[in-house]
Design a protein around this ligand. Structure first.
Ligand SMILES: [Zn+2]
Length: 57
């Protein structure tokens, strides 16, 4: 009896960028004024992966 081999689907593991967790964007606090009052958050491009979300080594 022939046993069918199940194709093992291997997900290629892309190394995720740490600071942005693979999203390519990091939340940035927006501060204004002399007291650096926090006015909100913006998403900014991740400087570690430059927006790709992949860890570059
Ligand atoms: Zn990143």
């Amino acid at each position: 009896m022939a046993t069918r081999k199940r194709p093992v689907r291997k997900v290629p593991e892309l190394p995720k960028c740490g600071p942005c967790n693979g999203t390519g964007e990091v939340p940035r606090a927006v501060r204004v004024g002399r007291k650096h009052r926090l006015v909100g958050q913006q998403s900014g491009i991740c400087l570690s992966c430059l927006g790709t979300g992949e860890a570059t080594d």
